[in-house]
Design a protein around this ligand. Structure first.
Ligand SMILES: NC(=O)c1ccc[n+]([C@@H]2O[C@H](COP(=O)([O-])OP(=O)(O)OC[C@H]3O[C@@H](n4cnc5c(N)ncnc54)[C@H](O)[C@@H]3O)[C@@H](O)[C@H]2O)c1
Length: 352
């Protein structure tokens, strides 16, 4: 390892940066926040004052050319992800980009090509992989659960989320000058609900259960809310089902259940801003024992930053990597297509 600290610039000073990434930089080991960029000058200066960072840029090209950094954390609206990923990699910077990697699989495939060509690291901000409970479940499944028979997962957002976030988080600084995409992703509520939340659900289903080769999905729209239910066929021969409800008039509810030849794992996951690790019960059939981690080191955004820094500094794979980002977007497209065509949709996945 040449350096022990990765210098990172933050591109986008909106709510997710203020709620999650900036507090994570305060605590994370092996990273140093060196510069901020946001097109909204007033927001940029206010966030600069709060963080004590005075290396500020309103233009991302100048930021990429002149900021003292090895990597960029891209935390902007979804349609801007891929243009900024492209510019950052072309400028020689490693990238940690918010989920989803892009707005469609075609542009995500270009990210795979760019990463291969530049040899730089790209990690997608599906930070639930760095929840210590999910991390433990993934490792346990890999080592002890064997051939997977059955997978289930549910992710149900809550109409009470604004109240929960108000209780947990400071009021975010905002600006009328913040850059908005002309293709406002929130304009199509059904599509946006699927991709912004489904990006998390389908990433974790793949992480725990393996590749998904086909989906058959239906969606309900009642009291202006959506609920997707689907059957999943896994590459290894197992079957699974999922629920994605956005939003229910009840508490947040998320969990996963994976059963295999060597045992099984049950996971219950919480609203991420609580920094509460997933509760996990993992059963090893050979010892007839349950295992339960504590996961005290629990902030997933801090753990994701540290994992990114380790990947770059030690030249190790990122988690999730660019192919995982593409696979999650392919799955989201297949889910949407299945509801529109009212039939099973097969998904091509990278066998390597
Ligand atoms: N991982 C999670 O838990 C989680 C939670 C919420 C949101 N997100 C993701 O985070 C991303 C950002 O969300 P947000 O609500 O903070 O977005 P936002 O649009 O409210 O804020 C983004 C900021 O980036 C700036 N910006 C955009 N393009 C720019 C450019 N080219 N140059 C300079 N500044 C630019 C804008 O001016 C804006 O201030 C989204 O992709 C969303 O899906 C992730």
């Amino acid at each position: 390892m040449k350096n022990h600290v990765l210098k990172i610039g933050l591109l986008g000073c909106g709510p997710i940066s203020q709620f999650a990434h900036l507090p994570a930089f305060d605590r994370a080991r092996g990273v140093q926040l060196t510069a901020l960029c946001d097109a909204a000058e007033d927001l940029l200066e206010a966030v600069g004052r709060r963080t004590g960072i005075d290396n500020l840029f309103t233009n991302h090209k100048e930021f990429l050319a002149h900021a003292d950094m090895d990597a960029v954390l891209i935390a902007v609206s979804d349609p801007f992800h891929m243009p900024l990923v492209r510019d950052s990699l072309e400028a020689g910077k490693h990238v940690l980009v918010e989920k989803p990697l892009g707005t469609n699989s075609k542009e995500c495939a270009e990210a795979v090509e760019l990463v291969n060509r530049t040899g730089l690291k790209l990690q997608v901000g599906s930070m639930k992989r760095h929840d210590p409970g999910i991390d433990f479940a993934h490792q346990f499944i890999k080592e002890r659960v064997g051939e997977i028979l059955s997978v289930s997962g549910w992710y149900c957002d809550t109409l009470f989320r604004p109240a929960m976030q108000q209780a947990l988080l400071p009021t975010p600084l905002t600006s009328a000058k913040s850059l908005k995409s002309p293709n406002d992703p929130r304009a199509d509520k059904q599509h946006y609900s699927l991709v912004t939340h489904g990006a998390h659900l389908f990433d974790i289903l793949r992480y725990l259960g393996g590749e998904i080769s086909a989906v058959t999905v239906k969606v309900a729209n009642v009291f202006d809310q959506y609920s997707w239910h689907g059957l999943m066929e896994f590459g290894g021969g197992g079957l699974g089902h999922f629920e994605l409800t956005i939003k229910q008039n009840c508490d947040w509810s998320e969990g996963y259940n994976v059963q295999g030849s060597g045992g099984g794992v049950e996971v219950r996951t919480f609203l991420p801003f609580y920094n509460r690790p997933s509760e996990v019960r993992a059963f090893d059939a050979s010892t007839e024992q349950w295992y339960t981690p504590l996961g005290a080191y629990s902030n997933p955004y801090k753990r994701q930053l540290e994992a990114f820094a380790r990947s770059v500094l030690n030249d190790e794979p990122t988690n999730p990597d660019v192919r995982d980002g593409l696979a999650a977007v392919r799955l989201l497209e297949a889910v949407e297509e299945s509801t529109i065509q009212d039939k099973k949709v097969e998904i091509a996945f990278d066998q390597g």
